[in-house]
Design a protein around this ligand. Structure first.
Ligand code: PBG
Length: 332
């Protein structure tokens, strides 16, 4: 495309910026509640919520309150929730067996939500870290995170989530070969319609700190995740990971974190054209919220600005803890 630009003053680019009406007419991208996936944290018990100090405004909620969140999402036009369990210490073990327990907190929440609010899609997280005694996404043997035995466990975890009624599975573990293994198990066990939104380009990021507080993994984690999550310096490698996941049967792909990785979002959409999502992670939420609480930023303004930037970069949607607040604002 060759833009034709008249010289000034025939062209005055400010003409199309001069009023709200003109700006609305020429706006290139739009943000709507239907672009949002709302991540929520689960805890045991009934009828209660506890605040997460490093994520002001975000709580852990009991299953009945998660059902209430799903009703709220339906009312706001948010199409999907993503569930993350806070696992009690006694359910964190070396064999991670709670990960595929049909009656685990998240599997109970999936069933309860699908029963009460079937229109809202439920996305899950597939990784062993909420159940692992050492906080890692995979099994640890002699200080190393082992791949293939972890993938077998992730497949069991995926099948338990599919059996509970999950609509979208989100492998967030970054093990090699997991998407293909999960896809073929879903096919052979009768879950052909369960979608995979793969955390394909998941970077070893410092921005996950508040999330690890929220799910109780901060204290547990021994070492870091650099032997499986991507090096923040690498963009070509991120493209190779996305290509592999799509070739193994992922329906949708994700870039994570979001704001510092918009170049990865842009390239992913341009190179593959697949449904592409960004995860605006806990640390991004914490930064914006903390600055707003100090009066240093206008919270609503930076929230909507950060979300539209994902659309502009080429994303089809965004996982964000701001989802309900942004949807309320967008709905007027
Ligand atoms: C765990 C997982 C993490 C997040 C989502 N799934 C943390 C990690 O990899 O340590 C982070 C989400 C956030 O920071 O909001 N597999």
């Amino acid at each position: 495309m060759t833009p034709i630009v008249a010289p000034f003053p025939a062209a005055r680019p400010r003409r199309t910026r001069a009023s709200g009406a003109l700006r609305a007419l020429v706006r290139e991208t739009a943000l709507s509640p239907s672009d949002l996936i709302w991540p929520i944290f689960l805890m045991a018990g009934t009828d209660s919520e506890t605040p997460i100090p490093s994520m002001p405004g975000v709580t852990r909620r009991t299953v009945d309150r998660a059902v209430a969140a799903a009703r709220e999402a339906r009312g706001l036009g948010i199409p999907a929730l993503c569930l993350f369990p806070y696992t009690a210490l006694e359910h964190r073990t070396e064999d991670c067996a709670e990960a595929w327990n049909p009656d685990s907190l998240s599997n109970r929440a999936i069933r309860a939500i699908k029963e009460a609010v079937p229109e809202v899609a439920i996305m899950t997280d597939i990784a062993l870290d909420p159940y692992n005694i050492n906080g890692h996404d995979g099994f640890v043997e002699d200080g190393r995170i082992v791949n293939d035995r972890t993938v077998e466990a992730l497949v069991r975890m995926a099948l338990a989530q599919a059996a509970a009624g999950a609509d979208i599975l989100g492998p967030s573990d970054m093990m090699d070969g997991r998407v293909g293994a999960i896809r073929s198990a879903l096919e052979s066990e009768g879950y052909q319609d369960v979608a995979i939104l793969s955390y394909s380009a998941k970077f070893a990021s410092g921005f996950y700190g508040p999330f690890r507080d929220a799910v109780g993994a901060s204290g547990a984690l021994k070492g870091d995740k650099a032997s499986y999550q991507l090096d923040p310096a690498n963009a070509d490698e991120a493209m190779r990971m996305i290509a592999r996941d799509l070739a193994e049967g992922a329906d949708m792909v994700m870039v994570k974190p979001g704001m510092p990785y918009l170049d990865i979002c842009r390239r992913a959409k341009a190179e593959f054209g697949a449904p592409t999502f960004a995860y605006q992670v806990s640390g991004e939420y914490a930064m914006l919220t903390a600055a707003a609480q100090n009066g240093w930023l206008d919270g609503d303004k930076v929230m909507l600005e950060s979300l539209i930037c994902f659309k502009r970069a080429g994303c089809d949607g965004v996982l964000s803890y701001f989802a309900p607040r942004a949807a309320r604002l967008l709905n007027g």
